[in-house]
Design a protein around this ligand. Structure first.
Ligand SMILES: Nc1ncnc2c1ncn2[C@@H]1O[C@H](COP(=O)(O)OP(=O)(O)OP(=O)(O)O)[C@@H](O)[C@H]1O
Length: 348
C-alpha cells in the first residue's frame, strides 16, 4: 500500500505515532513507527494485533518497512482514533476527572475488550488510561507492546503504578493482573490522579504495591455500587479478584443503559466496523453513544454536562503537531520520505 505520513499525534516510550493517508483509497489511519533495529516491541504488537479482532480493541490495518532519511523504519498501521487517549480525555474534562456515567461506559467497553483478550488466552499487561484510545464510538484498548499469551513465561512487563501486588513481587502476571490495572484506571478516571498518591519513583511504587499490604485509595466521589466494583478489581490476592466475565455482570454495569448496549453488541469475533456502524445504528437515533454519554441512564443532564460530553467525544486532542513533516511513501526508490521496501518481509 502507498501512503503519506501526516502530522505526529503521539509519542510513547517505544514509538512515534502519526496520522497517515492511503494514496489509493484516501482512507485515514494511524501509523506507529520505530527504527527497524529497535522494533522488537512493535513487531510483537503486530503479531498479537493481527491475530485478534474485537470492536473494543484498536484494529490492525497492516505493516510495512520503509526507508526515511537513510533510516529503515518499521511501521504498524492502526485504526485512527481521533480523540486520542483516555488519559487526554480525563485531563481535558472539566475538573480533570470524569462523571460516573462516563466512567461506567468506558469501564464497560474496556472490560469487553479484556474479556475478549482473556477468553483468547491473552494478557495485555499494560492497561492504563494512556493505553485506552477514544473515538466517537467509545473506548478501545491499544498498545499491545507488553501483551503475551497467558502461559508464556518471561520478564514482568508494564507500568509500576498499575502493577498488581503479585506482579510487583515478580511472582506472576496473568488475567487477574489486568483486572487490577483496570481498577487503577477507574481511579484515574474518577480522581484525575494516580492510583498511589505521594509516590513517584518506581522502587517506592513497587514496594507499596507488592509489599506494604495497602490498597490504593478509593475516590470518595464514587457511588457505593462503583466502590463495590472497584473492591472486586483491587483484591490483594489475585484468586479473589473477579474475572472480566464476572465483572460484566456486576450491578455497576448491569443497568438499563448497559442492557441496551449488551443486546446490541456483536460477538467478539465480529469486525471492528460493527462497533462504528452496527451497535449504535441498531439503537434508536436518540440513543447513540453521544446522547447516552450526554444523557446517562436514569436522568437528564444539564446543558453544561451535554457540552462537556460533546467536547470530550468530538474534540481533537492537543497533539504535539509537526505539520512540516508530511512525507510521501512511494515504492519507486525515491530518496525523499518513506520508501516502501517491498522486498523485506517481516510478517509471520
Ligand atoms: N491508533 C491511534 N490513533 C490515534 N492516536 C494514537 C493511536 N495509537 C497511538 N496513539 C497516540 O500515540 C500515543 C503513543 O502510542 P502508544 O502508547 O501505542 O506508544 P508506545 O510507544 O507503545 O507507548 P508506551 O510508552 O505506553 O509504551 C498514545 O498515547 C496516543 O496518544
Amino acid at each position: 500500500m502507498d501512503w503519506t505520513r501526516g502530522h505526529t499525534i503521539g509519542r510513547g516510550s517505544t514509538a512515534t505515532v502519526s496520522v497517515a493517508t492511503s494514496i489509493q483509497s484516501g482512507d485515514v489511519f494511524a501509523v506507529k513507527s520505530v527504527e527497524l533495529s529497535q522494533s522488537g516491541f512493535l513487531q510483537r504488537e503486530q503479531k498479537i494485533l493481527s491475530s485478534i479482532i474485537s470492536p473494543f480493541i484498536v484494529s490492525y490495518k497492516g505493516c510495512d518497512v520503509t526507508r526515511k532519511n537513510n533510516k529503515v523504519m518499521y511501521n504498524l498501521f492502526l485504526e485512527y482514533m481521533p480523540s486520542g487517549s483516555l488519559s487526554n480525555a480525563i485531563h481535558a474534562h472539566d475538573g480533570g476527572r470524569l462523571d460516573e456515567s462516563l466512567i461506567r461506559i468506558f469501564t464497560y467497553q474496556i472490560l469487553q475488550g479484556l474479556d475478549y483478550l482473556h477468553l483468547n488466552g491473552l494478557v495485555h499487561c499494560d492497561i492504563k488510561s494512556s493505553n485506552i484510545l477514544v473515538a466517537q464510538s467509545g473506548a478501545k484498548i491499544a498498545d499491545f507492546g507488553c501483551a503475551k499469551r497467558v502461559e508464556q513465561q518471561g520478564p514482568i512487563a508494564g507500568t509500576p503504578m498499575f502493577m498488581a501486588p503479585e506482579v510487583a513481587r515478580g511472582e506472576e502476571q496473568g488475567f487477574a493482573s489486568d483486572i487490577w490495572a483496570l481498577g487503577c484506571t477507574i481511579i484515574e478516571m474518577a480522581s484525575g490522579g494516580t492510583p498511589w498518591h505521594n509516590v513517584s519513583d518506581p522502587v517506592s511504587i513497587i514496594y507499596r504495591a507488592g509489599y506494604s499490604g495497602h490498597l490504593p485509595e478509593f475516590p470518595c466521589c464514587l457511588s457505593e455500587q462503583a466502590r463495590d466494583f472497584l473492591d472486586k478489581c483491587l483484591r490483594g490476592d489475585p484468586k479473589e479478584r473477579w474475572t472480566a466475565s464476572q465483572l460484566l455482570e456486576h450491578p455497576f454495569l448491569v443497568g438499563e443503559f448497559n442492557k441496551q448496549i449488551q443486546e446490541s453488541t456483536p460477538s467478539s469475533t465480529s469486525p471492528t466496523s460493527i462497533l462504528d456502524q452496527g451497535i449504535w445504528n441498531s439503537l434508536d437515533e436518540s440513543e447513540s453513544l453521544e446522547s447516552m454519554v450526554l444523557v446517562p441512564s436514569g436522568g437528564e443532564s444539564s446543558a453544561g454536562e451535554r457540552i462537556r460530553g460533546l467536547s470530550l467525544l468530538s474534540g481533537e486532542p492537543s497533539w504535539d503537531c509537526d505539520d512540516q513533516n508530511w512525507i510521501t511513501a512511494r515504492d519507486d526508490g525515491s530518496e525523499e520520505g518513506d520508501t516502501v521496501m517491498d522486498d523485506i518481509e517481516y510478517k509471520d
